[in-house]
Structure formats: C-alpha cells, structure tokens
Write a protein that binds this ligand. Sequence first.
Ligand code: UVW
Length: 275
Amino acid sequence: MTITARPADRLLDAVRGGAQIYDLGRLLTIGMPQSPNHPPFWLSMPRRHGDMVRADGGSAANDLLVMGTHVGTHVDALAHVSHEGRLHGGADAADAQAGGRFTELGVHTVEPMLRRGVLLDVPAVLGEHCPAGYEITPADLDAAARRQGTPVEPGDVVLIRSGWGRFFGHEDRSVYVGRDSGVPGVSSAGAGWLAERQVHAVGADTIAFECLPPGQGHTSLPAHRILLVEHGIYLIEAMALEELARDEVYEFTFVMIPLPLFGATGSPVRPLAVV
Ligand code: UVW
C-alpha cells in the first residue's frame, strides 16, 4: 500500500519534538451519543485481576468490546451507502453484500491517510456556532477558506467545524444526536462544493457529517450519496475539532489509520493533526 508522503517532513519534526499533535478522536465510553442507526458501544471486563493467577503471582485483566463500526469517531467506507441499489463505481449493492462482507469497497480498502488537512471553521465566519439544523452553504465554505487563507486543494482532507462538537459530552446525549432539533452541516450544495475540489476525505464535529434538518432524524442523507456513492470521498464523523479552532490551526498534516476490518462498512478511528 502506498501512502502519500508529501507531509512526511513535518512528521519527522513531530518525532523530534518540534511539532504539536492534536487528537481529533473522541473518548469511547458507554453511553456516549451515537446515531440510532447503529448498535451501541459496550465494553466489559470478563477477566479481572485475580481470576487467573499465574504461578509467578501475576495476573492479567482483559476486555470484551461490542460496538457498531459507525460509533464514536469513525470513518465511513464506500460500501456504507448505496443509491438505487448501486454502490460507488456502479457495483450492484445486493451482489456486493451477498457474502456478508464487502470485498471491494470495505473499510480494509481505505488506505492509511497522511495528507494535507484543512479545517474550515464556519462559526468563525458566522460569528456564532452554527444553529441546530443549519445548512452550511458553499458561500460559508468559501468564506471560511478565504478568511483563513487556506484554499482547498485536490487530495486534501477537509474538516468542517460547526461548533456542534461542544454537545458531545452533554448530559442529555440526544442533544448531540439531534433527532428532534436537527444538527448543522453541509447538504447537497456543500457536498457538491467539496466534490468539485476533488478532496480525498471530509470530516466534521457532528454525528452524521451532514445537515440533519429538524424533526427528520437520520433518515435522509443526500451528502452521503453525493460524496460516498457518486464521488468516492470518505466521511469522518464525530470528530473533536475544538482545540484546532481554539488555536486557529487551519492547515496541518492529517494522519488517520482505519482498522483493516475485512469487508466492514466503517471503522472507529483516532485521527491526528500534526503542525
Ligand atoms: C449516521 O448513522 C447518521 O452516520 P453514518 O451511518 O454515516 O456513520
């Protein structure tokens, strides 16, 4: 597997201690907010210290993890969404899923990402956090890129901050999920803007990347269709983008390694921004 090496010099700086690393992944905990479309996160400890004490007096604890692959900070593989029975590239979705694994477009085919990353900070343009259900428009994206001086280039990973990430840790998890109130994000027009720029992947600080209009739940996802199915652009959801925005870091080396889960539709990830 070939990995784009352009930002490697900055990574070397990081290894030498000359760069800062931002963790863009959310803590995975039981009860964290997640889309009702997916099975919840569950972790238990079936073996505790003392359950099996070795001859040398040592013992090991271990865990059992059960979770949907689209829970917490995660990447959507191209197999995740079909439209009118077709996956990206035109493959028949029914055929592709027949064996219970997506051999062609599963998340094991998503290469580790080492690319230019750009944060588009929309609240910095609007002067406030995006309200619930707000559709982030191409004009907003243009304005954010212009204000920051970071034009989007082909092959980039573009992270869109709406400000909604502040609700991830809210005691009422339904606020972040936004089933009734809606969630801000791009819709068809914004997805088209990203696709025109031939980006490699996109991400956001929200549960479904795209705008969820109030009262519609997670039922209609046009940006998923445009990006995943029509253009082969990966989606990263539920990202932690607050620290990048706080430090006004808009351009960075983006690093992300999906788990090579053979045939799966997505993977939990812990993306990094290196500056
Ligand atoms: C949602 O379920 C809303 O997100 P995804 O399935 O794209 O991970």
